[in-house]
Design a protein around this ligand. Sequence first.
Ligand code: NI
Length: 138
Amino acid sequence: MESDLARIGISLPSNLLDKFDQIINARGYSSRSEGIRDAIRTYITYYQWMADVHGEREGVVTMVYDHDQRGLLVTLTDIQHEFNKIIKASLHSHVTHNRCLEVILVRGDGADLKAFAERLMSQKGVESVKLTTIQVEE
Ligand code: NI
């Protein structure tokens, strides 16, 4: 279990903090700190789960991004061409005038799938990337 408490100071865009506050209020957290601790635990669990993705896998990458972010469309296309050996198909939905949702069907070595998802995730203007996979061999 966690024991010693350390204090940190973080800077956030105010609209991000507003959204976070709305969620923690709706979920009934007693404080922002409690919500942030929970968010960090979820992030760690997700990352550890991603690190477990290995062997032959098939799955989907779900990505939401800002269509208006300068250069992002070209960059995302370049990354997909670079990883063309693992991409089987993709589906694009123009959600609003500037937000896009893309679902990419992937198959290959888990490490490659994870590297692909992480590359997408690290681009500025990409709001979220989720990788969900299943093992090919039972
Ligand atoms: Ni679009």
